[in-house]
Design a protein around this ligand. Sequence first.
Ligand code: ADP
Ligand code: MG
Length: 372
Amino acid sequence: MRSPTDQRTVPRTTAPRAGGRVELVDLCKRYGAAEPPAVDHVTLDIQPGEFITLLGPSGSGKTTTLNMIVGFTEPTSGRIALNGRDISRTPAHKRNFGMVFQNYALFPHLTVAQNVAFPLRERKVPAAETARLVGETLRLVDLDGMADRRPHELSGGQQQRVALARAVVFSPSVLLLDEPLSALDRKLRQSLQREIKRLHNELGLTFVFVTHDQDEAMTLSDRIAIFNRGRIVAVGTPAELYHRPTTQFVARFLGESNVFAGRRVGDGYEWRGRKWTLGGPTAAGAGERAVVVRPERLNVAFDEESVPAGSNTAPATVTDVSFYGTYYRLELAFADDSVGCAVLPVGAPAAVDPGTPVVAHWRPENQVLVAE
Ligand code: ADP
Ligand code: MG
């Protein structure tokens, strides 16, 4: 009997290639002299076989960066290398990278099989080899049986699988995906996230994935590069960026946080007349600093006397309480009018009504001092 994993294993005629290493060095793109640069000195070393995500708000330069990697957009300055070889001036078709877009971009008049075969035709792959590769790749994305349909006869999720098949059928060493799941509803998005993760594991290619969705970035990526205004403001594993954010922007963009803007005084920290003990990671760099506490690190007490010794504290008012089955989420308004939240395991606190004054507290080692 076949095990469930066997059904997914596709015999390959071509051995899976190792993923390519992509280096971006000081990459810049200006669309107009009067406008701020769309991409501003981006340097990033993407490892062979890595799943890296470019995450950032709309307009932060993610698509422009991807288009420069694939060769659709020419950099204003800077360098792109594949496996150590400069490809900055290499035309897109010679870079041989796979690309998947948000809007599928399938040829409507061609069948599924013809769409997937398209890159092979361009590469003059013989017919028999084409048929075999198309069949293999359609099985890989669970679309065998759909070969003769046209795109309009498929669901959005199926169309995106066709686009994925077309992007990997010619064994590229790098696959670039620009918000491929953003047009799909939540449930479908989650199932395709698993598909994409599985494809990455099976093919061993380097994946460069663009999204503005932090949850998607967290669950899929080996590493995340956070973009803001054309620059990379942080790079790290999801856990590193979550537990050691370097700036308020990173802390707010990835996961929820309580951000306290006070000032460093001597070897402590002052926030609204309270003296806090420093502890936990401190981001390097000067400038205005803030203390960040993630919601699961924050506790609440009903009075100062019940706070464990050695904790840092901030008075707050509970503004909302939600029950999520495995945890409670408390929304908090702090004395300086900033808002935050605490995530508490079920059974920990007695029910708290909105409007209740509380004392938020946490261990100093569970806070992060950010640089800006
Ligand atoms: P993202 O993908 O992160 O949303 P983009 O890379 O698409 O960001 O855009 C970055 C900036 O460059 C934006 O300010 C956008 O308006 C500008 N931009 C993108 N493409 C062009 C273009 N073809 N011509 C002029 N400006 C552009
Ligand atoms: Mg974009």
